[in-house]
Structures are given as structure tokens and as C-alpha cells.
Design a binder for this molecule. Structure first.
Ligand code: AMP
Length: 282
């Protein structure tokens, strides 16, 4: 019997839904009903272990799972040197230092001598130690943003994505310690099937960020259009029944798409089709 690769993923919280979507987009068929701890993929030798996001690094480090998906901030906080096999481009956040809006501090260096509340004490301690800024760390497991109001701390170090939680709590960011996103980590000795999982998930992530564009163009303006389409190397040019026209196919960044359309049309492109890319294997 083939050994099943054990992939640990979040069982709740903000990384659950995008992680399940990523695995499904990669074509894995599995049951993700609540409460199931392990779900065997129907079409690939993978067992998906649903675990607390903050336990996943330990699961992989201890060999309970071969690979895992968790936040880069949690890997950093654990201090374990697991290999990051892929950055997954969701769950993006920053670990920011913040102070009450009326506090004098403007930069991280201004926090010298402050009490800093955080649920990331190891990362925070390391950051300030490396910069010779003396602070007192107040470790908290949650509700860090209320610590200054409760008189527990002068500043906080907490995860921020939009900054609205800081704003609501009368806090102002003074700088970023770390930028984070969801990552795929692997333990030692996870090779063969692990490499396939890396290829699968990277293919989805890379595909999501690009679009396949097709258009018709006058042959006489092909050079102009080609210059607008760096994409993945050179675009494909297909002759059309009308000899003075060609079809141009290219892969472009999803973010660039809207900016490009106007310029392509100005360069003579017509009948422009933009398609999603399911998988992109580089
Ligand atoms: P959970 O507490 O289970 O919802 O997951 C928290 C993880 O989601 C964090 O460790 C980060 O990796 C990630 N994350 C992304 N954005 C944020 C945010 N604004 N606040 C907290 N965690 C975030």
C-alpha cells in the first residue's frame, strides 16, 4: 500500500477557508466537514490532518505530519527551522508595533523603555534584541489591542491586515516587525510525494496571479502589441484566415490586466478575451 503523505491544515480561523479552497483548486477531492480530524483524499495519496493553526509547525517539526500549511508569523514565532516550500499568497498580514494615538512615539526605536504587550513574545523579543532596543515584553494570549487601555502596557505588537482593529482601539502603528502570509512547510525527509504537493500548490498560486489573454491584431502592428506583452517569454502568434491579421496569445499578470487592455486596443488589438488560468507549472 502506498504511504499517505500527511498534510496538516488549519481546522478553524481565518486560514481555514482559503486553505481548503487552495487544496480543492489543486484538484484534491476530500471531505472537509467540521469535526473530522483526518480526511483521506479520494484521488491522491494524501491524508489531510485538521489541526489548530498554531499547532501545525509543531506537528510538522515533531513528524506527526509530513507537511503543513500555516501562517509565516507562527513559524517565525516557533523558532523552528522548518523549510518553507511555498508561499501561498493569502493570509497576508503584518506584525506591527503600535501605541495609543496620543503617545509621543513615532518610530519603533522610540519604544525604548516601554512595556510591549504581544502574543508573539519570541519574535518581538528577538526583533528588539537584534536592534539593541530595551523593552519589557508582556506576553498575552489574546486581546492584545486592549492592553494599553488597561494599563498593562505602553505599546503592543500585534497582527494587522487592514489596520481597522488598531483604529477602533485608538492605536497607531509605529512600524512593522514582520510581513507574513500562509506558507507550506515541510519536515525533514519529506521528499517524493512532498515535491508533488509543492508543484501542485505552486501551480495553483501561480495560475491565480495570471490571466491568459487572446486577441486579434493587424499583422502590421504586431511588434507594438508584442512590446506590451512580456508575459512568460514571447507571446504565441497564430495566423488567421485573413492574411493581414493574426491572433496573439499571452500570459499576463492579473494585476496588470486592466492597465494593459486600453493600451492593447490603442495598439490595434480587437476581440480581446481574458481567461483564468487553472494551473501554471513553470
Ligand atoms: P486564526 O487565529 O486561526 O484566525 O489565524 C490566525 C492566523 O491568520 C495568524 O497567525 C496569521 O497567520 C493569519 N492572519 C492573517 N491576517 C490576520 C489578522 N489581521 N489578524 C490575525 N491573524 C491574521
Amino acid at each position: 500500500m502506498t504511504a499517505h503523505l500527511r498534510l496538516a491544515v488549519p481546522n478553524k480561523g481565518r486560514l481555514l477557508e482559503p486553505t481548503v479552497a487552495l487544496l480543492r483548486d489543486a484538484g484534491l477531492v476530500f471531505d472537509a466537514r467540521e469535526r473530522s480530524l483526518v480526511s483521506r483524499c479520494e484521488n491522491f495519496p494524501i491524508d489531510i490532518l485538521f489541526a489548530r493553526t498554531e499547532d501545525i509547525v509543531e506537528f510538522v517539526g515533531d513528524g506527526v505530519a509530513d507537511m503543513g500549511i500555516t501562517g509565516g508569523n507562527l513559524l517565525e514565532e516557533s523558532g523552528r527551522s522548518l523549510e518553507v516550500r511555498a508561499e501561498l499568497h493569502y493570509g497576508r498580514c503584518r506584525l506591527d508595533a503600535a501605541v495609543p494615538s496620543d503617545a509621543p512615539a513615532q518610530r519603533i526605536a522610540d519604544l525604548a523603555g516601554c512595556r510591549v504587550a504581544t502574543s508573539h513574545p519570541a519574535t518581538t523579543a528577538r526583533f528588539f534584541r537584534d536592534r539593541d532596543i530595551a523593552v519589557e515584553i508582556v506576553p498575552l494570549s489574546g486581546a492584545v489591542e486592549v492592553a494599553p487601555r488597561m494599563g498593562l502596557a505602553d505599546a503592543i505588537v500585534d497582527l494587522v491586515s487592514t489596520g481597522s482593529t488598531l483604529l477602533v482601539n485608538g492605536l497607531r502603528s509605529v512600524g512593522t516587525l514582520l510581513s507574513s502570509q500562509a506558507v507550506l512547510v515541510a519536515g525533514e525527509g519529506a521528499d517524493g510525494p512532498a515535491d508533488e504537493v509543492v508543484t501542485m500548490l505552486r501551480a495553483v498560486v501561480d495560475g491565480r496571479e495570471r490571466r491568459y489573454v487572446m486577441m486579434n491584431a493587424p499583422l502590421s502592428r504586431l511588434a507594438e502589441i508584442e512590446a506590451l506583452l512580456p508575459g512568460l517569454g514571447s507571446p504565441s502568434v497564430v495566423p488567421l484566415a485573413r492574411g493581414d491579421m493574426v491572433a496573439v496569445h499571452a500570459v499576463v499578470g492579473a494585476d496588470e490586466m486592466w492597465g494593459l487592455l486600453g493600451r492593447l486596443r490603442a495598439a490595434g488589438a480587437s476581440g480581446i478575451l481574458v481567461l483564468p488560468i487553472e494551473l501554471l507549472i513553470q
